[in-house]
Design a binder for this molecule. Structure first.
Ligand code: THU
Length: 145
């Protein structure tokens, strides 16, 4: 579990990243801050698209930035969704983002910090948000994996 100081730091980083959200369609800003095992932080925002389908969530932006820089081990992610008119609201990661997390993170250990713009938060493990998930272990042992 991330200590309180770490959670507060990640939430601030997610709030800052949220300002960069590109959301001309939903106007729903989301920011994320992903903590690696070694203590580095990668941030992300949601990036929407006129064709809608190619839109990317803040959490996946943070993961893809980190993985593309060579990171493979993660401890926690903070997510801040909404807030312009509603400081109290929370946004938990969508199903696709949970699946991306399952590719790289141990369900019982990876911590998801769901925060609002007021800085309040609650935490869930990935296993709590994605029970009985399908992951790399399901493919282990196949000759071509
Ligand atoms: N969104 C995120 O970035 N993260 C979430 O956890 C939920 C949804 C984005 C996708 C889209 O740009 C907007 O929020 C509205 O769904």
């Amino acid at each position: 579990m991330a200590d309180k100081e770490t959670a507060v730091m990640l939430i601030r980083e997610a709030q800052k990243a949220r300002e960069m959200a590109y959301v001309p369609y939903s106007h729903f800003r989301v920011g994320a801050a992903l903590l690696t095992e070694e203590g580095r932080v990668y941030t992300g925002c949601n990036i929407e698209n006129a064709a809608y389908g190619p839109s990317n969530c803040a959490e996946r932006t943070a993961f893809f930035k980190a993985v593309s820089e060579g990171e493979r081990s993660f401890r926690a992610i903070a997510v801040v969704g909404a807030g312009d008119t509603d400081q109290e609201k929370y946004a938990a990661p969508c199903g696709i983002c949970r699946q991306v997390m399952a590719e790289f993170c141990r369900p019982e250990e990876f911590e998801i910090i769901i925060a609002n713009m007021a800085g309040e938060y609650y935490t869930r493990t990935l296993g709590e948000l994605l029970p009985d998930g399908f992951g790399p272990a399901n493919l282990a042992g196949r000759p071509d994996v």
